[in-house]
Design a protein around this ligand. Sequence first.
Ligand code: GDP
Ligand code: MG
Length: 620
Amino acid sequence: YPCEVIRNFSIIAHIDHGKSTLADRYVKQLLLTNTITKKDKGLNQQVLDKLKVERERGITVKAQTASMFHEKDGTNYLLNLIDTPGHVDFSWEVARSLAACQGALLLVDASQGVQAQSISVFHVAREKGLTIIPVLNKIDLPAAQPEIVALQMQSTFGLDPSDVIQISAKTGKGVEKVLQAIVNRIPPPVGDPSAPLKGFLFDSSYDRYRGVISLMSIQGGVLRKGDKIASCHTRKKYEVTELGIMHPEEVPTDCLRPGQVGFVACSMKESGEAHIGDTFHRVGQLVEPMPGFKPAKAMASVYAGIYPVDSSDFLKLEESIKRLSLTDRSVEVTRETSSALGQGCRLGFLGTLHMDVFRQRLEDEYDANVIITAPTVPYQIVHRDGKTSLISNPTEFPDPSEFASGGRVRAVLEPIVKASIIVPEKYFSAMMDLCFEHRGTDLDWQPMEAPGQADGGEAMSNRVFMSVTLPLAEIVTGFFDKLKSRSSGFASFDYEDAGYQKGDLRKMTFLLNHKPVDALALIVHAKAVDETGRYWVEKLFKIIPRQLFEVPIQAAVGNTIIARRTLSALRADVTAGLYGGHYERKLKHLQNQKESKRKMKRVGRIDLPQEAFFDLLSSK
Ligand code: GDP
Ligand code: MG
């Protein structure tokens, strides 16, 4: 396969606009028409969304790659589809997957129109200089308004409406045309097979038996089994043991040629060796590394502590976390110790969905039983001497006394984001209220649709594009759900980092039986202290099972108690109170007790359920 017959492309879209369905259709076609040697994977399941969590949640977490063949005018083309995740938490993964492509299909739902993430992914693709093929999906829906949405694409992206391809990923209508457009419009990758080898590592995963499996895009030269290669970044040397294309499962080939993307297994054993964005060359044949190599690290926006329910499982848990974080390099891992929970890890995630997906994978794939603490954003502490430091755990947050004159802290800065919301005019004031409730500033808006384009039905007419600055802490929990419910599902949302800004913040601690529980600490805005304190004390009061002794539950800022409830002592025999009750009722009571035992963490003398840490805190 010479370069001229290779096309590397991605599908980019707002969530739910049909990316997986389209990718899936191509992959199924592939499975039907090609002599795929692997056993039938079950054509009805979403092949690209491989992981169980992804299937359950209907989102794509991990970018996947598939190669397919397409014949046109007697020439056989190799089309490499690089799948990208479809959630705002994972926009960093989108950017890096696009680095291996020359073109992108911009998929827009013909019944929903251009949405917030359509715009952000478009800009990422544009910045990378990719050829963009506009595709309107779901034209089979009665609510589809292809002409109106094509005009939206023109006014928002400056795309020519006559370039827009109308398809239904569901029925298959028009999807052939898209393949032709890929061949005709997207330029082939450039790369010289006789040049020195240059391989760009854009993704990696871990295999228990073979070690690290890298996904590489070959930019020059030919990579073969047995080749000795080295990393530009680490200078470490490896021997290639296996390589091939994703078809969509791994299919070994003899070599990978310029322009191709494929998997590479080499003698890479260690977690930290595969650096996304690294360039590989032949040993003894130096090349200029690919530009823009940053030891690719997305900025984590949410941190949480993960602890084993049973403290003696710590080493096993740590090992599982390391393995799993290798398949997801955007997770940051460090050890930490909590006086309440013992030895654990502090993990940094791209967002709360990312965190939740990671936790679920840990439980599904590694059979881990964990306690996860409340998510927190990173804060920047400006010290009196002008130095700054970042903290990722509320317990490191300065006490009120440290802010006082003569104290060591001058200010605390919190991360902020620039958010964009697209919403029908009808819900505009509800969205404004939501933003102000969450400390929004610099709110601005403009109409989305050009005049005369107003007749797009409820979802698409008279929409407003809003931009607003929000503290990141305000959107990591619950914000998205509120946005959706207060707009009857019509609002779409996206955001990007906008640096740090001074915040009037306090550390809230919770005391059980007069002892502070470090793992429950929270950072709260000064104005929300009273309400938040009362809210959590009430919640803790409801979910902490009564103990054999009285337990005061208190929220405090510094030495000031904000709220208090007291759990009264429980009598030794739980069923004793159910006098005259039926046997079943007693049994049920005992069963409930057993259920709630399942995930209890003993803190001091008190059993705390998981909900005391994360489930509870995320619901606010
Ligand atoms: P993604 O988030 O972009 O990957 O979107 P999915 O591929 O998961 O699709 C979201 C939903 O839209 C699913 O329920 C699909 O069945 C549905 N869908 C996708 N394409 C079409 C289409 O062409 N027509 C119709 N009617 N539904 C579609
Ligand atoms: Mg998807």
